[in-house]
Design a protein around this ligand. Structure first.
Ligand code: MN
Ligand code: MN
Length: 459
């Protein structure tokens, strides 16, 4: 079985739409570098398209009906969009779920120290990453600092041309004889991922004068005291913009393709299909990269609780109806897959790997060591999905996360599958997944959007 190269299927009109989607996606990546920033953009776009705040609907005691669109935000990091169709109980929902958190370095709660007239911020890495990839690249700081009185200071430093960036040093090659003999996993340690933030001492100060100068800058420019790090969430992410790559501009290099390259086409599809027959639901969740634990993750009950509220506002709430609605639903777990990399060909079973440019990548299962921990999608559901994709001329391929026992991974698929609904993983294939700069092919982004749209119309 061979798969099509999506590029060979495009008309001039397709190419125009593909380039528009790609440009919009690059803009999305550049303004959404954290889960909080992405959540904000998603809510703003939903509002523009007529979605109203579910919290407001509840507070005012308003009722909901077919055709209504609502959004719910959980702690500024997780968003649920719901576009109500004909029969939410009997038909269930067409759910597209993706995550908006990405691997990065989080600033510790007591991070600032000085050593030999250099000031550093200590970090704790978030998600699965190759630590050596985070040294000697420009980093930007994004996040929030919350004062004891509740004041929230938003931070974004290192993205604009006139802003400073931050850097983690690496041992010079001249002295790295020992380091170079170590396995990659040990050559750069987590505790050594400390960010250099200054070397200019505060005048008149004798001890730890550089540290004092950094604190003065934080206070003068941002209103932040040292103690405020305790109630801060600051993320160090690769500084700089996503951009086109290749002589033919067919690729996009960016930070956070996992999983914003699925979240964005999902959002576009949800905005485009404004009057679905079946209720559509978009889930944009946090904490996937650390196992879907925590209040803002897919593993929390937020989604279920918001659905209860919606059924209540529709006047059909009961435990029986909630269960029916959930188990009658279908879900696309929209997450990225590992594209076949010719430079590391021995890590893949070529005929079962997704290939850049060959369209939406469908993962029947993920997991590791004999599919352990996977949602293994039903053949019947895959049959339905194939029919939908074929009807809408979506180019798709199948994918496995590398060859057997090469490694593995999971997604939010298994969380939703617990409700007894049909779930399958499908998304965009990436090169260098979880690297500071990941690579995707524009055609796969476009086919993902087409596939998600077809699912919302037909499923
Ligand atoms: Mn992912
Ligand atoms: Mn990931």
């Amino acid at each position: 079985m061979t798969h099509k190269n999506a590029w060979n299927t495009y008309s001039a009109e397709d190419l125009k739409k593909l380039e528009k989607l790609s440009a919009d996606y690059i803009a999305f990546l550049n303004s959404g570098k954290t889960e909080r920033e992405c959540a904000e953009i998603i809510v703003a776009m939903a509002k523009e398209h007529g979605y109203k705040d579910l919290a407001g609907v509840i507070a005012k005691g308003e009722s909901l009906a077919k055709g209504d669109k609502v959004y719910a935000v959980n702690m500024d990091k997780m968003v649920m969009l719901l576009n109500i169709g004909d029969d939410i109980i009997g038909d269930g929902m067409n759910i597209i779920g993706s995550h908006i958190d990405s691997p990065r370095l989080d600033i510790k709660q007591n991070p600032l120290y000085e050593s030999e007239d250099l000031a550093f911020l200590d970090t704790h890495y978030y998600g699965g990453l190759k630590k050596y990839q985070y040294v000697t690249i420009p980093l930007a700081l994004h996040g929030v600092v919350v004062k004891p009185d509740g004041t929230k200071i938003k931070i974004s430093i290192g993205e604009k041309d006139d802003e400073p960036v931050f850097i983690i040093s690496d041992l010079l090659v001249h002295l790295a004889g020992e380091q170079m003999k170590k396995p990659l996993a040990e050559a750069v340690t987590g505790e050594n991922l400390d960010i250099l933030v200054g070397c200019k001492p505060l005048k008149g100060k004798e001890k730890e004068a550089v540290r004092a100068a950094v604190l003065k800058t934080l206070k003068d420019e941002y209103g932040i005291e040292e103690e405020d790090f305790v109630s801060a969430e600051l993320e160090a992410v690769p500084a700089g913009k996503a951009r086109e790559a290749g002589f033919d501009r067919s690729l996009i290099v960016g930070y956070g393709h996992d999983d914003r390259s699925c979240a964005f086409p999902a959002l576009m599809a949800l905005m485009e299909v404004s009057d679905p027959k079946t209720t559509s639901c978009g889930l944009f969740v946090d904490k996937e990269e650390i196992g879907s634990f925590g209040a803002t993750s897919m593993g929390s009950r937020f989604f279920e609780y918001m659905l209860r509220e919606v059924l209540d506002r529709l006047g059909v709430y009961s435990e029986l109806n909630l269960g029916r609605c959930l188990r009658n639903s279908r879900m696309l777990s929209s997450d990225v897959s590992s594209a076949y990399d010719p430079l590391y060909s021995d890590r893949f079973d070529k005929k079962n790997a997704s290939v850049l440019g060959h369209g939406l990548a469908i993962h029947k299962f993920t997991g590791a060591r004999g599919k352990h921990g996977a949602n293994d999608a039903n053949a019947e559901y895959l049959g339905q999905i194939r029919q939908i994709l074929d009807k809408h001329g979506v180019v798709y391929q199948t994918s496995e996360l590398g060859k057997i026992d090469a490694g593995g991974g999971g997604t939010i698929a298994k969380v939703l599958a617990q409700y007894g609904m049909q779930v399958v993983d499908c998304g965009v294939a990436l090169l260098s997944m979880h690297a500071p700069w990941e690579t995707l092919c524009k055609a796969d982004l476009y086919e993902a959007m087409k596939g998600y749209r077809a699912f919302l119309i037909e499923a």
